[in-house]
Design a protein. Structure first.
Lengths: 403, 109
């Protein structure tokens, strides 16, 4: 590997960690500075390193440079607090090849940063952008791609989110025991949205999207390292993400439902998901993540059995009772069709009356296919007219052609 | 949207066994799931345990909970609907009807 590849790889793996550690030293109000310092550090590495002169321990080199820059900043700005100053005095500021921060301290900083970023005072969209930048180390360009928007929009969104962090005077303290359960809900929600950002969108760079999914998974696993955040819901969410991610390579953009090439499923991730699903089976509360994980687990079984779809239907029935969404209602109706057949499912589907939803018409098109070809065609055409993305239109066109 | 309670009653004589109830759970889940799929299930519904007591004005406590017709309340759900007609439509298909019970539909005042 040449040194530029090495730097790119280190940027991916270390940027977020370095920002978390630096940010913790500087305080949340200087999160911008922390980002700049870490970015500068990588620029310096790009200038100084060459193929023949990569430091023996590149990570430690990066951390040391970032730490020295942090200390310089603190001296210049005289923002020493009683907590930082004594700690820095005892530390060796010379560049060494030793890792200046333990893995444990880095994890701890990242966890605190995760809670700060997922603060309810910040708009959800901004939380996601901030998480992608600060916690996952994505560049502004990459975030813009992930959101299908431009760089300026993301820059503004990040700016506002950081201003909000400042304005609300948030600190990097962990939430109190009293507020932790509620804050955990927010954190898990954001991690799931991050994952979906990568998993659901059908356009864009698939390598980047997979990266996003894995970053979300990593943040979930980070939460399991601490007893207070290692909740049944945390494990259920990780299981859910593992099961979805296992099918990442098998997803066919032209398949409406699960017509996938099973040989592309990642069996290691399915195993990992099963492991976390077992860990999640504690306590007395069934969360949406438990139910969605159980559904996703069923989708990782190969046979198209009655038992499978009956299991999925019951899980959707429960899920809808705690977390209604139009998409879940449609998926539930599809499961209903797999268990009880066309006629019964049609009766259920027609009650939904989601006339302006192209997925609804696609489902009706599917359900009418064998009983009323003309109706089926009508609904697929309506779906086509209502579909917003090119990928969705492509799927529906194929359905129409196959009619 | 208005809120309604759908209360399920069945005759005391035909009180199902726990096994029968377990067997019917799927019907109940499908029915309630169907209402939830329309986004019309409101929070707060409960299944009630069988039996209970009734305290009357005279201070007499009797085994219950029976109303005059020897029926007992077995549970209720809350739904949202545009009006009574829609609430009644939602009540159709309730599994209690398959065992000779009935659904009482009441608007929340």
């Amino acid at each position: 590997m040449d040194h530029t590849q090495l730097i790119t790889q280190l940027y991916r793996s270390e940027f977020a960690k370095m920002v978390a550690v630096t940010g913790r030293l500087l305080g949340l109000q200087h999160i911008d500075v922390a980002e700049d310092i870490v970015s500068d550090t990588f620029l310096i590495a790009a200038e100084k390193w060459s193929d023949n002169s990569v430091p023996p321990n590149p990570e430690a080199w990066l951390y040391t440079v970032a730490r020295n820059k942090t200390q310089d900043f603190l001296r210049r700005h005289n923002v020493f607090t009683g907590k930082i100053a004594p700690a820095l005095k005892t530390e060796n500021t010379a560049i060494t090849d030793e890792d200046p921060f333990t893995d444990h301290a880095i994890r701890d900083s990242q966890l605190r940063m995760l809670f700060a970023v997922c603060h309810p005072a910040i708009a959800v969209e901004a939380q996601i952008a901030l998480a992608l930048r600060i916690l996952c180390g994505l560049t502004v360009d990459e975030i813009a791609v992930a959101f299908f928007t431009n760089k300026e929009t993301i820059t503004k969104r990040l700016y506002r989110a950081k201003a909000k962090l400042n304005e609300t005077g948030l600190s990097l303290e962990m939430p109190s025991d009293r507020t932790l359960p509620e804050r955990m809900e927010g954190v898990l929600h954001i991690i799931y949205l991050l994952f979906n950002e990568g998993y659901r969108s059908s356009a864009g760079d698939s390598v980047l999207r997979k990266d996003l999914c894995l970053e979300a998974l990593r943040l979930g696993i980070l939460l399991t390292k601490y007893p207070a955040t290692d909740l049944p819901a945390t494990n259920a969410l990780i299981a859910l993400m593992c099961f979805h991610a296992s099918r990442f390579d098998a997803r066919d953009d032209t398949a409406l439902y699960d017509d996938q090439d099973e040989t592309l499923w990642d069996s290691e991730l399915i195993k990992l998901g099963t492991y976390y699903l077992h860990l999640s089976a504690k306590g007395d509360k069934i969360t949406r993540y438990h139910l969605e994980a159980a559904i996703a687990r069923w989708h990782c079984t190969r046979e198209d059995s009655h038992e499978k779809w009956d299991g999925i239907l019951q899980l959707y029935n429960q899920l809808l009772q705690i977390n209604y969404s139009p998409r879940i209602a449609l998926n539930r109706t599809y499961a209903y069709y797999k268990v009880y057949g066309n006629d019964a499912a049609l009766a259920e589907a027609l009650k939904l009356k989601m006339e302006s939803d192209h997925f609804y018409h696609a489902l009706l098109g599917e359900l009418y296919k064998t009983v009323n070809k003309a109706r089926s065609k009508e609904h697929f055409q309506q779906a086509l007219a209502l579909a917003r993305s090119e990928a969705d239109r492509k799927i529906i066109l194929i359905k129409l052609q196959n009619l | 949207m208005k809120e309604f309670m759908l209360a399920f009653r069945h005759a005391v004589e035909s009180t199902p066994t726990e096994e029968q109830i377990a067997g019917m759970m799927k019907d109940w889940d499908n029915w309630i799931g169907g209402i939830a799929a329309q986004g019309k299930l409101a929070p707060g519904g409960k299944r009630l345990a069988q039996g209970g007591k009734v305290l009357s004005t005279s201070g007499i406590i009797t085994d219950g909970p029976y109303v005059e017709l020897k029926e007992q309340l077995s549970g209720f759900i809350m739904v949202t609907a545009s009006g009574m007609d829609e609430a009644v439509t939602l009540a159709h298909g309730c599994p209690i009807l398959m065992v000779g019970g009935n659904v009482e539909i009441r608007q929340i005042a």
